[in-house]
Design a protein around this ligand. Structure first.
Ligand code: BGC
Ligand code: MG
Length: 582
């Protein structure tokens, strides 16, 4: 690793609004740090690790759901929005966590899951008592298809498929009606058309904002408005199932988001909202995040991480050279100077980036750092998913009993007798949910008990303790990227311009603002490639750049630094990454 920190401006630069030079870290609480030996991470565990995050340079911590929940979808099925699940702790510990994070200069963002609740939420329990319930209309209850035998295949009110496989409708023999669940059957969809539902949601959001949380990551936000009449959908458009066009980007979606903004975030100046929109496209993205529209601070697009799933989620295909870079650039160009999005390669729904887009065996370090460089310095807010900063790899799932995730379990039961299909092992959400690897002890320092899901074999060599002691580690590299985001003006508000370097394996871009420029060069392939063409352009002339960061061993000692540093026009080794400043 080559690092010339002396090239950075001293101290943190200005940013207005504040999040423009912030870095976000996502915690999946179940797998971050256990403190009581039950094998499941908890709030006390997070508190213990807050200093680690502060030292890394994290500004915002997003915590996946910790509310009271039967855990059918690991907390994305909430039975009480105003309490903490005992698995994770209690409100008092949560308040202490927020207070400590604030002391350390970090903000806390909660996950907000309001497309659906748990079947155990009192609202649904009441709604399910029968057609006369005062809360019947808080959810989508519908009669069977006329003429069909209720409860048999084909009798569902529409042909919509759940994101997790199978029909999106569940039959309730007691009332003879079905309820809608776009996700698991334990996650009934709230009816956002009902103003009482929206009032209840906004009240709850304000309750948390008043309590001191700094914002929300709004889960599955683009499916809250359903097409009137809930009609049958046309043929599936992979990776989505049948009916997706009838509930994604529905007719009242943006009215609801604007109302939510006005009733909650607008009353809490400086609060931060991240909308997760699986269907958003470069064309629709600005509708969510153009500041004048007052909806979300930023958008989580899903297209870059859904790459290669075009023939169905669990039948991935190999990506073509340059495909990832092309999609990322399309989003950058579409958002331009107005939009703002989440930059990310991993989260709790995705496999580990190195396992998926890199070379985990032949070039683990190089591909982890090259992928990091490629996404982290674009325009937007970089998200780091726990463990990504040490280059964690995916799980090692060989038996059906190794899986925990509801989506993976549904898939296994729909494909009995097939063992563990390779596509499932590669793409299962469990890949990103293995415990955080803190040290070399048997459960990687995550728990003193038995972890709720197995650690991969790579845990013994990839862990925080080792990387903290190594000035060239993946962790040290991330820290250098974070420092640059905090201090270099072009990385705060600068424009993004992709540069054609003559080969699809190279992803090269320039960020510019007045008086500050950054040239990012990455080779996202396993071949050595010499950049072509562009560097003869006077504007990018090699001699005018200073190398700040690189992921190859330093070829020089510091006294010869300037003369020996590789120039932008020199051949890039497989998975090489360089960051130049001027
Ligand atoms: C979350 C998933 C969750 C789903 C349903 C998402 O997009 O990220 O983890 O299963 O919403 O709440
Ligand atoms: Mg615990």
């Amino acid at each position: 690793m080559i690092l010339h920190s002396d090239l950075l401006p001293t101290g943190r630069g200005d940013a207005d609004p504040w999040w423009m030079n912030a870095v976000l870290y996502q915690i999946y609480p179940r797998s971050f740090q256990d403190s009581d030996g039950d094998g499941v991470g908890d709030l006390q565990g997070i508190v213990r690790r807050l200093e680690y995050l502060a030292q890394l340079g994290v500004d915002i911590v997003w915590i996946s759901p910790i509310y009271r929940s039967p855990q059918a979808d690991n907390g994305y099925d909430i039975s009480d929005y105003r309490d903490i699940d005992p698995l994770f702790g209690d409100l008092e510990t949560f308040d202490a966590l927020v207070a400590r994070a604030h002391e350390l200069g970090m903000r806390i963002v909660m996950d907000l899951v309001v497309n659906h609740t748990s079947v155990e939420h009192p609202w649904f329990v009441e709604s399910a008592t029968g057609p006369d319930s005062a809360r019947r209309d808080w959810y989508y209850w519908r009669d069977p298809r006329p003429g069909a035998v209720p409860g048999t295949p084909g009798a569902e009110p529409s042909n919509w498929e759940s994101f997790f496989g199978g029909s999106a409708w569940e039959y309730d023999p007691a009332s003879g009606q079905y309820y809608l669940h776009l996700f698991a059957r334990e996650q009934p969809d709230l009816n956002w058309e009902n103003p009482e539902v929206r009032d209840a949601v906004y009240d709850m959001m304000n309750w948390w904002l008043d309590r001191g949380v700094d914002g929300f990551r709004v889960d599955a936000i683009d499916v809250i408005s359903k097409r009137p009449g809930l009609p049958d959908g046309g043929p599936a458009r992979a990776p989505f199932g049948v009916g997706h066009e009838c509930f994604a980007d529905g007719p009242r979606l943006h009215d609801f988001l604007q109302e939510m903004h006005e009733r909650t975030f607008a009353r809490h100046p400086g609060s931060f909202t991240v909308g997760e929109a699986s269907n958003a496209s470069p064309e629709s993205a600005l509708l969510f995040c153009d500041p004048d529209r007052r909806e979300c601070t930023l958008l989580i697009p899903c297209e870059p991480v859904s790459l290669g799933q075009k023939t169905g989620k669990f039948s991935p295909r190999t990506l073509a050279a340059g495909e990832l870079a092309d999609v990322m650039s399309t989003w950058q160009e579409a958002l331009g100077e107005r939009g703002w999005n989440a930059l990310y390669l991993e989260n709790h729904d995705q496999p580990r980036a190195v396992s998926r887009f890199g070379d985990p065996h032949g070039a683990w370090y190089e591909s982890a750092t090259a992928l990091a460089t490629a996404y982290f310095l674009q325009r937007g807010t970089p998200f780091i998913y726990q463990g990504q900063e040490i280059g964690m790899l995916g799980g090692h799932f060989t038996r059906p009993s190794d899986f925990r995730d509801v989506e993976s379990l549904n898939y296994l039961s729909a494909h009995p007798g097939e063992g563990v299909p390779a596509g499932l092992a590669a793409i299962s959400r469990d890949n990103g949910r293995t415990p955080m690897q803190w040290d070399s002890s048997p459960a990687a320092g995550f728990t003193s008990g038995t972890p709720w899901i197995d650690l991969p074999p790579s845990a013994s060599s990839i862990h925080v303790e080792r990387q903290l002691a190594d000035a060239s580690s993946v962790l040290a590299f991330y820290r250098a990227l974070i420092d640059a985001r905090h201090r270099v003006p072009a990385l705060t508000s600068g424009s993004f311009r992709r540069v054609d370097a003559g080969d699809p394996g190279l992803f090269v871009y320039v960020r510019s603002s007045e008086g500050s420029e950054v040239l990012v060069m990455t080779n996202l392939s396993g071949r050595a490639i010499t950049p072509r063409g562009v560097f003869f352009d006077e504007d990018l002339s090699p001699s005018r750049w200073a190398l700040y960061l690189g992921n190859m061993a330093s070829p020089i000692d510091s006294s010869e630094a300037e003369a020996g540093d590789p120039l932008p026009s020199s051949t890039m080794a497989p998975w090489e990454a360089r960051v130049y400043l001027r």
